[in-house]
Design a protein around this ligand. Sequence first.
Ligand code: ATP
Length: 247
Amino acid sequence: MAMLETEAVSVRFGGNLALDGVSLSVEPGRVTGLIGPNGAGKTTLFNIVTGLLAPTRGRVLVDGADVTRLPPYRRAHRGLARTFQRLEPFVSLSVRDNIRVAGQISNTWRRGGRVDVDQEAGRVIDLVGLAEVADRDVAELPTGQARLVELGRALMTKPRVLLLDEPASGQTEPETAAFGRLLHRLADQDGLAICLVEHDVTLVMGVCTMIYVLDYGKVIAAGPPEVVRADPAVIDAYLGSAPTDPT
Ligand SMILES: Nc1ncnc2c1ncn2[C@@H]1O[C@H](COP(=O)(O)OP(=O)(O)OP(=O)(O)O)[C@@H](O)[C@H]1O
């Protein structure tokens, strides 16, 4: 069963129908892509899923339960975590402390019991590959590594659903390749349901088993990478005539 579903979600900002009947489903143990041109509605959909925005129509389900009317913190309690397109770490804290803070906060509400914050922070720092810079201030890090801090903070909440908003932007090519392997691992080994918004088409095609394509607020295509990549409507709206082939 899907861990996260949106059912015919629409949202209107004045005269702008930013999302128009968007239904998607994110399975556990999989990375699901959400791609499309600038302004297509991807971040808006994340805002609706996490409860920062209310839809005009439609529903959001987590593990089969309707969360459409729940505030963001209660959705987090049900296992939703996200990272943001614009980075907002505590810049004057070290990498380790940024990650510890997220564990301390989630310890106040996590139903599965408190975790040993220091031990879990160490595990997460190793997992995301930040061990060498763990004691540096986040302000000193290049964007690519700062994005990993943000992912680490999300992982400290022990989420079931992870929403990632352009996590590879600012990463170097080797960083993005390592990031792709990390996403595979989080899905395969930890069973996370991951939804990835990303403009790096090579990454998306390489890690996603299912991809939804949004254009002007509508899903114009959905399917595995090889199907989406060959879809004329997707090539026309987003990929262009020479889509990246990671194989
Ligand atoms: N709070 C808001 N109020 C009014 N309009 C908004 C608001 N948030 C988003 N929009 C509009 O909704 C549409 C979708 O924007 P959104 O940021 O979700 O696109 P996106 O697919 O995430 O784009 P990008 O790839 O550039 O991040 C745009 O037309 C945007 O201007």
